[in-house]
Write a protein that binds this ligand. Structure first.
Ligand SMILES: CC(C)(COP(=O)(O)OP(=O)(O)OC[C@H]1O[C@@H](n2cnc3c(N)ncnc32)[C@H](O)[C@@H]1OP(=O)(O)O)[C@@H](O)C(=O)NCCC(=O)NCCS
Length: 146
């Protein structure tokens, strides 16, 4: 993601999240050397984005969204696959995230990638006091056998 992507990402962000990120929040991530944000475009149009930041060896997935007209076509899968590969390439050994307890779509997606529920933050979301589930995935290196 670069600064010129932020306007289109913001339009999706405002459409899909009850407490959307601001332009300033995106720009702050883009200027942070420990953050990594990517976008997916189809025919020039930005249709999805996501990113994480690293704290030591733990990657915290911060944002992931797909334009409502382009869902269920593997866009989030593509984003998450790329993000997790980058976590691994950066030496990360765990990825963690928070998801609304009622957001089954996203939980299904993360479960498909091997994320497990590792905790809960009661009434975490200020807009509706919904609980956050913490989901985590360890990056396991396979040990080659002789
Ligand atoms: C969650 C979200 C990112 C999924 O994007 P997507 O591009 O439609 O996802 P994919 O097509 O890659 O789907 C991958 C898997 O996610 C799950 N999934 C996605 N949409 C789903 C839905 N509507 N119902 C149930 N499971 C769903 C399924 O397990 C799916 O695999 P399958 O198609 O083989 O069943 C998208 O719905 C979105 O942007 N939601 C609003 C923002 C959001 O909640 N972000 C996550 C914040 S933590």
């Amino acid at each position: 993601m670069t600064e010129k992507d932020v306007g289109e990402a913001l339009a999706i962000e405002r459409d899909v999240f009850p407490s959307p990120w601001t332009r300033g929040m995106f720009l702050q991530e883009l200027s942070n050397e420990d953050s990594y944000f990517i976008v997916v475009r189809e025919k020039e149009k930005l249709i999805g984005y996501g990113g994480f930041f690293m704290i030591g060896e733990v990657a915290r997935l911060e944002n992931l969204a797909v334009h409502p007209d382009f869902r269920r076509r593997g866009v989030a899968t593509k984003l998450l696959r790329e993000l997790l590969a980058t976590v691994k390439a950066n030496g990360g050994d765990e990825t963690t995230l928070e998801v609304r307890s009622g957001n089954q779509e996203a939980q299904n997606l993360y479960r498909k990638f091997g994320f497990l529920i590792s905790g809960k933050r009661p009434e975490f979301y200020g807009d509706n006091r919904e609980d956050a589930l913490i989901m985590s995935k360890k990056i396991v290196e396979r040990v080659a056998k002789d």
